[in-house]
Every structure is written in structure tokens, then in C-alpha cells.
Design a protein. Structure first.
Length: 129
């Protein structure tokens, strides 16, 4: 989820390690193999930095990380973080559709849905931001 604090917008889906570069990790990655920082002890990442820089993932890329990378690339090219879409749908490729929106509680969201036989599967989602 995205949280705004003054002029800083953070997401709990990612965290920052102590490294100078490649410091953004998925929250499900427990530690950074380079600097050894632990996810639970580190701050949430800034949304603008996640969109601009993406994230670093050590190990095998999964369907989820592929969807996240495609989403962040689309957002980098099509979204101004300060002017979030109220409800925008985009096709990322033949496998994924993206919904960027503001939910009923006013939270900024970006959710990817799998595409099955040409149809968006609303039951299968990945929260990106």
C-alpha cells in the first residue's frame, strides 16, 4: 500500500537496504546479499524511486517479479506520481493487465491481473504499489 507523509510517498511493497546503488528490494526478500541489511529493520521505499529505478531481485525471476517489472516500466513512461490516475486500465502484454487507481479509502494503488484466454482474470491479482 502507498502512504503519504508530508511530501514523501512510500510503499510497503518494497524496502531500501544500505547499498549505494541497487538498494530497492521487494518486501518479500528477507535480506540484501550485498550489505546484509534485513528487510524487517529497513524503511519502506519511496514510490518515485521505485518507479524510476525499479527493484533489484537476487535469484530466479518469478511470474510476480516479471509482472512488477512490466508495471514499473509502464508507470515510468505513463504516470506522474503527483497526478495519480483515478481509474486507468492498461494492457502490459498478452499475459498481464494493469489497473492504476485510487481506492474507496483514497489510497493510491497499482494492481496487475493475469490474462487468461484473452480475458482479464479479476480473481488473480498482484499488488505492485
Amino acid at each position: 500500500m502507498i502512504e503519504s507523509m508530508d511530501d514523501i510517498t512510500l510503499t510497503d511493497e518494497y524496502w531500501d537496504c544500505e547499498c549505494e546503488k541497487d538498494f530497492i528490494h521487494l518486501r518479500l526478500q528477507e535480506s540484501c546479499p550485498v550489505c546484509k541489511a534485513e528487510s524487517e529493520d529497513q524503511p519502506d521505499s519511496r514510490v518515485q524511486e521505485v518507479i524510476k529505478n525499479g527493484f533489484v531481485m537476487f535469484g530466479e525471476e518469478t511470474v510476480e517479479t516479471k509482472a512488477r517489472r512490466l508495471t514499473l516500466a509502464w508507470m515510468k513512461d505513463n504516470l506522474n506520481v503527483d497526478e495519480w490516475f483515478e481509474d486507468e486500465w492498461a494492457s502490459l502484454n498478452d499475459e498481464f493487465d494493469l489497473n492504476v487507481y485510487i481506492d474507496d479509502d483514497g489510497n493510491k494503488r497499482a494492481t496487475v491481473f493475469s490474462v487468461v484466454e484473452g480475458e482479464t482474470d479479476l480473481e488473480s491479482s498482484i499488488e505492485v504499489l
